[in-house]
Design a protein around this ligand. Sequence first.
Ligand code: GDP
Ligand code: CO
Length: 432
Amino acid sequence: MKIEIPREVERFGPIVFHGVQKVYELDSGLRNAKNDKDDNPIMKRIAYDTQHEIQKQMAIVVPIRNEKIKLVEGVLSGIPHHCLIIIVSNSPRFPMDRYKLEKDAIEHMEHFMDRDILIVHQKDPKLGEACAAAGYSHILDKNGVVKDGKAEGMILSKILAYICGKKYIGFIDSDNYFPGAVMEYVHEYGAGFTMSNSDYTMVRISWHSKPKVVESNLFFAKRGRASEHTNRILNRLISSFTGYGTETIKTGNAGEHAMTMDLAMKLDYSSGYSIEPYHYINVLEKFGGIIANPSEDVMNQQVEFFQIESRNPHLHEVKGDQHVKDMSKAAMECIYNSPICPEALKENIMEDLITRKILPKGEKLGNNLNYYPALENFDLRKFKDVLKNQEYAGLFKDKLPEFKETKVSKPLRDTKMAKERVLPEKGKLEMK
Ligand code: GDP
Ligand code: CO
């Protein structure tokens, strides 16, 4: 892959937000290819062999709920061979067992692909038991099984990727119509990790376009409907602290994203569709130096965000207006309720929600989200032990990677520090 270096960079304490980067070649050849011009200062070449080395250490997670099996098969065919595929399905098991159909179809594909696929059902009681054994009951419901929700499925997959010894984890939605786009995303994840200097790195995909049919013609829209608003508010949040306007964040709602396991283990998560924008918020809360002091290792290494613009159009299942509104509301809720959200920005959020008829005038924006503490504080070996007789246990590693620093801390929002925060006064901020 050949990719331009970031044009803009926004720094926030030890956090680095790189501006969107364009891809110029999807495949740029082997590392030692002849006629290489590797001295181009504005282009980064990520050789095929470098991608391969990263893919061997990467888990690609495909969350599923009630998708067409043909679509899922296409997605799986786009994932490079050396990545470990982890599927977390929350499809209904009654009255018809949709999960069984998915599992049969995927196992059938597995034979032809000649690779291992780890497939679990989100509500498998054994997984609930494993979470409880590790002390991570936060994502369980009153019956002791993992709650519904994409975020909850993703958190589960992070634990699974960790006990499979993976260094990187990437997410790809299962409702993508273009296997070629799926493959491209994985290469872009690899490109981001190669460009990073830090163990704490996240790569987010900004789609080049989203095709739609408008008056019988194909129209390639630039951004999703929810993203535009989430990005604007996230950028305002950053400007309110730096004092400079910015448009750097373009991937507030990116479902397609990847991160190092070191970062995945350190983040708190929020529920449902707010999980993606909350990655930005939580990194700012934990490492931005506004309300908590980042650990020495994070200070030294920095947290790096890469945003890469994909070349393939992004075409997925259309799930209707209400779905977009719910997603947008969840995104705004996680920003609004953050202890770092200034009053002036809260007012902006309310105006935005009322104008878009997501919230009726006069109604308050509550907080219906759940927050889950970072996994680094839990004993995941116990999680692994409970699952030792499962059919997929062969994929687990005997020795789990150590965390750089395992300090037991409560999630930020419960701490005294979060409550005694000092924020800029209302009115002192120039938000518009
Ligand atoms: P959008 O693409 O962001 O509009 O949202 P989708 O509804 O397409 O959801 C994104 C992905 O998450 C899709 O692959 C869904 O099948 C999957 N998904 C949605 N809800 C759940 C859930 O409760 N559990 C799991 N495991 N996956 C889910
Ligand atoms: Co979708």
